[in-house]
Design a protein around this ligand. Structure first.
Ligand SMILES: Cc1cc2nc3c(=O)[nH]c(=O)nc-3n(C[C@H](O)[C@H](O)[C@H](O)COP(=O)(O)O)c2cc1C
Length: 171
């Protein structure tokens, strides 16, 4: 896909086919996250790649709206340091979001669907993945080929109108 096609085709996918996602495809997606920009290039984010079914099913219990993780081919858990200040928290969340979007677009480029899930239970996440107390999960990115329609540029999107969102020159 071209960049614009990947942007237009990305949507939250929560049902995945049994088609495996290749290790090289996962590495491409993770590399997109690694390359994402961050404030002052601080790179306060780590990615835990989960591919084992037992682990994915346990992760799916972490958050009530994260059930789709169970059926994913792989899920990337985005981890940041426990923030020392509110400014750190803002920057690290912003930067984590940029990495997540980069990974989602890299996935869409390969025809691979992705679906966010927030992190609910930090203690469970730490137990399951060995995340140290100094760090916390931000979100999970479930990955897999879509069970239904393959990714294709969306003609209609559930978004506020362009003219309402875009302010030209002033509010
Ligand atoms: C910060 C953030 C957290 C989200 N958490 C969840 C979640 O826990 N479970 C879920 O199913 N979707 C989650 N989503 C996905 C949004 O609901 C989805 O992106 C939004 O409804 C727009 O749909 P689209 O991605 O298909 O365009 C999250 C999205 C963001 C940006």
């Amino acid at each position: 896909m071209q960049t614009w096609e990947a942007i237009a085709a990305r949507r939250n996918v929560r049902e995945f086919s049994a088609r495996p996602v290749l290790p090289a495809e996962l590495d491409r997606i993770l590399e997109a996250g690694r390359r994402a920009p961050s404030a002052n290039n601080r790179q306060h984010r780590d990615f835990v790649l989960c591919t084992e079914r037992d682990q994915l099913q346990a992760l799916a219990q972490n958050w009530q709206w994260g059930r789709h993780v169970a059926g994913s081919a792989a899920t990337v858990v985005v981890v940041v340091p426990v923030p020392a200040t509110s400014r750190d928290a803002e920057l690290d969340m912003f930067d984590a979001g940029q990495a997540v979007m980069a990974m989602m677009l890299a996935a869409a480029d390969l025809g691979i669907g992705s679906g966010h899930a927030s992190v609910g239970d930090q203690a469970q996440l730490r137990r399951l993945l060995g995340v140290p107390e100094s760090h916390q999960g931000v979100c999970m990115v479930a990955l897999g080929y879509p069970a239904g329609q393959p990714l294709a540029p969306l003609k209609k999107v559930d978004r506020r109108p362009f003219a309402e969102v875009v302010h030209r020159g002033k509010w």
